[in-house]
Design a protein around this ligand. Structure first.
Ligand code: PLP
Length: 430
């Protein structure tokens, strides 16, 4: 089956005239902040030297890279020497696990069934190489059974890798406790904190982990730059072997402009931590509460309390999430589902499946992840259009036992109106 593609046509061929987008997919990626772009530009124009070069033109670039390293280290309360720049969160996760198995010589890895594919697929790869990998199950609310985790640690366990917060549900895991078990048993502990910066205060010392991964594009910096924290005195074997960059821990000429952007973004999200936990949390809560109370047969996926302030994942019974997303997209609204169109069928999200959702609920689940640029007006717009879309889809859904005959909401008319509004907005701009 061909993957379903959005049908909304871009209104303009130029990037500058992008139509208004109502963006509720900040866990997928975030807008690069204007402050971040501004900080990066000189490193794409004037300061283009290689930071490894010994002369002043390279050396001054290296000084700025080190300044950015300090900024990123401050975000997680680490020493700058404990920060290795990588290409992305995926590389950081792979590197931590790779290093643990190589330096320890042990052949067992523990992770969870709800990790990002950066861990799930790396774990599957390791299995094929003859390693043993335990994917811990989760409870229906998305939480982990810590007793089971403790019991799963064996003498040949090299590393326990558990995410700090889940990208699909926002569920937060008790890494501090998990790291304490690991320390007791002499096992390394890694956490994938990619979804966390700017949402929860990060402190590697308080968490007590040996490794922690971040990815800059989740915090208003560009894609293609990540970071791995490696606690001082932890044995480390690089995954990317080459030049002596990153104190010999990651070969490859540094992605200078992006590193500078990462540093600036680290400061930005620290400044917005309060806003994310008050205003953004309020927007998320209003959205979730209104949807759950006004649309019948709708459920929150994941526990309510221990979760990120920006994320809500809701199951809409009797509809396919892909259809909801397609119709939202036609109105300029971006959200996501965790399903993957892989082997010709839309597989429900592995996270929601691991939480025990029925295939119907999992396939009808949509994630809305908000961010610092979302406004009350965005939420109003979404709340205006989402309920009738669900109602309309249910009215034609063979999955719906009631088949209500409902023509109250005209999806085509709403889309035409949106297109007209955009055209007007653009003509006013020009
Ligand atoms: N880990 C989590 C929890 C994520 O959400 C993501 C990206 O969505 C990654 C890892 C991978 O990060 P990157 O896209 O930088 O490889």
């Amino acid at each position: 089956m061909e993957p379903i593609r959005p049908v909304r046509k871009p209104r303009s061929k130029t990037f500058m005239n992008q139509p208004k987008t109502y963006y509720f997919d900040n866990n997928a990626t975030t807008r690069v902040a204007p402050e971040v772009v501004e900080a990066m530009v000189p490193f794409l124009s004037e300061f283009w030297g290689n930071p490894s070069s010994a002369y002043f033109f390279g050396n001054q670039v290296s000084n700025h890279v080190e300044k950015a390293r300090e900024e990123v280290a401050a975000l997680i309360n680490a020493d700058p020497k404990e920060v290795i720049f990588t290409s992305c969160g995926t590389e950081s996760n792979n590197s931590a696990i790779h290093s643990a198995i190589v330096t320890s010589g042990k052949r067992h890895v523990i992770t969870t069934a709800v990790e990002h594919s950066a861990n799930i697929n790396y774990g599957e790869y390791l299995r094929k190489q003859g390693y043993q990998v335990t994917f811990l199950p989760v409870e229906p609310d998305g939480s982990l059974d810590l007793h089971l985790l403790q019991q799963s640690i064996r003498p040949d366990t090299a590393i326990v890798s558990v995410m700090l917060a889940n990208n699909e549900t926002g569920v937060v895991f008790p890494i501090q406790e998990i790291a304490a078990f690991c320390r007791e048993k002499g096992v390394l502990c890694h956490t994938d904190a990619v979804q966390v910066p700017g949402k929860i205060k990060l402190d590697v010392k308080a968490l007590g982990v040996d490794f922690l991964s971040l990815s800059a594009h989740k915090l208003h910096a560009p894609k293609g730059i990540g970071m791995l924290y490696v606690k001082r005195r932890t044995k480390y074997q690089p995954l990317v072997i080459g030049g002596h960059q990153e104190r010999g821990k990651r070969g490859g000429t540094e992605n200078v402009a992006s590193i500078i952007g990462f540093g600036r973004a680290a400061r930005l999200v620290m400044d917005h931590l309060e806003d994310e936990n008050t205003r953004v949390r309020g927007l998320r809560d209003r959205l979730e509460k209104t949807v759950l109370s006004t649309i019948p047969n709708t459920y929150r996926n994941g526990g309510k309390e221990s979760r990120l302030p920006n994320t809500t994942n809701m199951a809409f019974e009797f509809v396919e999430a892909e259809a909801v997303l397609l119709l939202l997209d036609q109105l300029g609204i971006c959200a996501s589902s965790g399903s993957a169109c892989t082997t010709g069928s839309l597989d429900p999200s592995h996270v929601l499946t691991a939480m025990g959702l029925t295939p119907m609920r999992a396939r009808g689940s949509v994630r809305f992840s908000l961010g610092i640029y979302n406004t009350d007006e965005d939420v109003d717009y979404l709340l205006k259009h989402l309920p009738p879309i669900i109602q309309k889809l249910r009215s034609i859904s063979p999955l719906n036992p009631e088949h209500p005959d409902n023509d109250a909401y005209d999806i085509d008319a709403a889309r035409v109106k949106h297109e007209q509004d955009l055209a007007e907005a653009l003509s006013e701009k020009n």
